[in-house]
Design a protein around this ligand. Structure first.
Ligand SMILES: [Zn+2]
Ligand SMILES: [Zn+2]
Length: 339
């Protein structure tokens, strides 16, 4: 079968590999679509680690094609994948934070992922329920949003966004726009999106942002929207250390700031510490999502047609390497490889 391989930073290529066969407890999925994540691009750029020779792709949707002995699954079932393999017994796993397991491995980084015709799902992942049934009527590129949307729900819930929560989203790329759609679904608003590119600001307004402004206009616009108080919830959905003061400036007293996007290795920035002490602004991060939010994302995705606006670029498997180039050039929003 055809697949994409990551060899080293700067080098991915289409290759022929043997069809995976399911061992005991394993399942092989026929891939329908796999999303390309900003973190895949960071691996390509050498900012994030992945095993040399791995098939990338952790945002996987597909159908069950073959079942190993003892695996509980049914052939033909439409599923999306929670790609996190965890030990199941450490304190993080026991508390439900499989994404924080210290023995965590992830499909597409440590084990072969979904930019291929078929992908083998390890027995442990099958047994832990990480193949989530999805409505086959939902298009494949939207079913492939399960993992990124679960990550966004983790951000939204960690920021305690609910009815009428004023929200500022710094970064109007695909993940920022998913934040916007999710914040709206949770009843949040007004929502400000801060984004330097005019085209992305236009999309944000179409998707229901109350305002979408360039970074230099954000503080003035944000204070006007919140009668000078600032936002209860601020998500930094761009991994730019220099955007930290803006995120801090947009936060209301008692507000929360989530560092949602990963920063380049070694990134650091100074902080006005008294915003944390005197104003009780809480700063935290989220990465990936606990498992229950995958289940919630699976239920929400078919009900959110606006998600279609975020996946602008679709590539055939043969053109998967090109999808990397497009993301590097920031053309369009999110990309998916549709197999
Ligand atoms: Zn992802
Ligand atoms: Zn664990």
């Amino acid at each position: 079968m055809r697949a994409l391989r990551f060899f080293e930073p700067g080098r991915v290529a289409g290759v022929d590999v043997p069809f995976p066969k399911p061992g005991p407890g394993e399942v092989v999925l026929k891939v329908h679509a796999t999303g390309l994540c900003n973190s895949d691009i960071r691996v390509y750029l050498g900012e994030k680690k992945a095993a040399a020779g791995v098939i990338p792709g952790h945002e996987i949707s597909g159908e069950v094609a073959a079942i190993g002995a003892g695996a509980e699954a049914s052939v033909g079932e439409t599923v999306s994948v929670c790609p996190i393999l965890c030990c199941g017994s450490c304190s993080f796993c026991r508390e439900g934070f499989r994404n924080r397991c210290q023995a965590r491995q992830t499909l597409g980084y440590d084990l072969d992922g979904g930019i291929a015709e078929y992908v083998r799902i390890p027995a442990k992942l099958v047994a832990m329920g990480h193949l989530l049934p999805m409505d086959p009527a939902t298009p494949p590129h939207l079913r492939a949003l399960l993992e990124p949307f679960a990550c966004v729900l983790n951000s939204i819930e960690s920021l305690a966004i609910g009815a009428a929560t004023p929200v500022a989203i710094v970064g109007g790329g695909p993940m920022g726009l998913l934040h916007l759609i999710a914040a709206r679904a949770y009843g949040g608003g007004p929502v400000l999106v801060v984004e330097p590119e005019a085209e992305r600001r236009t999309v944000a307004l179409e998707l229901g942002a109350d305002a979408a402004v360039a970074p230099e206009d954000a503080l003035a616009a944000g204070m006007e929207m919140t009668t000078g108080e600032g936002f209860r919830a601020v998500s930094l959905a761009a991994g730019i250390a220099d955007a930290v003061p803006l995120a801090l400036g947009l936060a209301r007293r008692l507000g929360g700031i989530n560092f949602f996007a990963g920063f380049p290795p070694g990134a650091s920035h100074t902080l006005d510490l008294n915003r944390v002490h005197y104003d009780e602004v809480r700063i935290f991060g989220t990465q990936n999502a606990p498992f229950h939010l995958y289940a919630k994302a699976a239920a929400m995705i078919p009900r959110l047609p606006a998600l279609d606006r975020v996946v602008t670029n679709r590539y055939a498997l043969a053109d998967a390497a090109e999808a990397y180039a497009a993301r590097l050039g920031k053309s369009g929003l999110k990309s998916a490889v549709v197999v």
